[in-house]
Design a binder for this molecule. Structure first.
Ligand code: NAD
Length: 236
C-alpha cells in the first residue's frame, strides 16, 4: 500500500515521533472499545456510567461496570502492535506514547515513555480520602477501610480534569514532534481530541473506521492497528 510506504518513510525521516493511541489499539487484544458497533458494554452507554454522577449517585452500577472492565482484562495481553511500538522506542523511531487507554498494555509490552492521559484501571483509590487500596477490595464491592468512602479505579471519569503531569508531558512532546501518529481512536473525547492539532509536525491516523477529523490529517489509513503496524514494521 502506497500510504504505508509514505508513512514508513515519514517515520524514518522524523527525529521525534509521538504516538497517540485510543481504545482501537487494544481491540485486537480482546478489549472492547466504546464507540464501535461491537463496543457497547451490555448496551449501556459508558458515557452515562463512567461519570462522577454515577460514582456519587449510582454506585452499584458504577462498581459493576468497572468490575466488569477490570475482569475483562484477565486473560488479555498486549498484541504484536503494542510490542512493535515498544521496539520502535528502543530503536529510536518513537519518542513517546500518549494514550487514552487505561489498560496498561503499552507498558506491559515494554514501552517506557507513556503518558496515561485517562489514568489506569489497574489501581484503585478511595474517592473520599484518596488512599490507595487493593484492586480486590474494589472488585468485592468493599468500602474504604480507613474512612468507609467509596472505592474507585484511578481512571479519569467524564466530568473530571485530566491529571496534569501526563497531560503537560504529552502536550510538550506533541508540540515538538515532527510526526504525530494517531492510532485507534474516534477522536471524540476532549481535550485529547485536540492534541493532533497542536503539533507543527506531520499528522497521520491509522484507524479502522473514518473519523470526523480525517480531513485534518495528511495521511489517513483505514485498517486494524495491529495488522497495519506489522506491515509498517517490515519497512522500517
Ligand atoms: P472509541 O471507542 O471512541 O474509538 C475507538 C476507535 O478505534 C473507533 O473509531 C474504531 O473504529 C477504532 N478501532 C477499533 N478497533 C480498531 C483496530 N483494531 N484498529 C484500529 N482502529 C480500531 O475510543 P477512544 O477514542 O479511545 O475514546 C474512548 C475513551 O474510552 C477513552 O477515554 C478511553 O480511556 C476509554 N477506553 C479505554 C479502553 C482501554 O483502555 N483499552 C477501552 C475502551 C474505552
Amino acid at each position: 500500500m502506497a500510504e504505508l510506504q509514505t508513512l514508513a518513510r515519514w517515520i524514518k525521516e522524523s527525529s521525534r515521533t509521538v504516538a497517540l493511541t485510543g481504545a482501537g489499539m487494544s481491540t485486537e487484544s480482546g478489549i472492547p472499545d466504546f464507540r464501535s458497533k461491537s463496543g457497547w458494554w451490555n448496551n449501556i452507554d459508558p458515557a452515562t456510567v463512567a461519570t462522577v454522577e454515577a460514582l456519587e449517585e449510582n454506585y452499584e452500577l458504577f462498581q459493576s461496570f468497572y468490575a466488569a472492565r477490570i475482569g475483562g482484562l484477565r486473560g488479555c495481553k498486549p498484541h504484536r502492535g503494542h510490542q512493535i511500538l515498544a521496539e520502535w522506542e528502543q530503536r529510536g523511531f518513537l519518542h513517546s506514547i500518549a494514550t487514552q487507554n487505561v489498560d496498561g498494555f503499552h507498558q506491559q509490552a515494554g514501552s517506557k515513555q507513556v503518558c496515561e492521559l485517562h489514568g489506569s484501571i489497574r489501581t484503585v483509590r478511595c474517592s473520599t480520602c484518596e488512599q490507595r487500596t487493593e484492586l480486590d477490595a474494589f472488585l468485592a464491592g468493599q468500602s474504604c477501610q480507613t474512612c468507609k468512602g467509596r472505592l474507585r479505579p484511578d481512571v479519569v471519569l467524564f466530568g473530571e480534569m485530566l491529571p496534569q503531569e501526563p497531560w503537560q508531558r504529552a502536550l510538550a512532546d506533541i508540540r515538538s514532534a515532527e510526526l504525530v501518529l494517531v492510532i485507534g481512536t474516534s477522536l471524540q473525547v476532549y481535550p485529547v481530541a485536540q492534541l493532533p492539532h497542536m503539533t507543527q509536525g506531520r499528522v497521520a491516523i491509522l484507524n479502522y473506521e473514518p473519523t470526523a477529523q480525517d480531513e485534518h490529517f495528511e495521511l489517513v489509513i483505514h485498517g486494524k492497528a495491529g495488522e497495519l503496524l506489522q506491515q509498517l514494521n517490515t519497512q522500517i
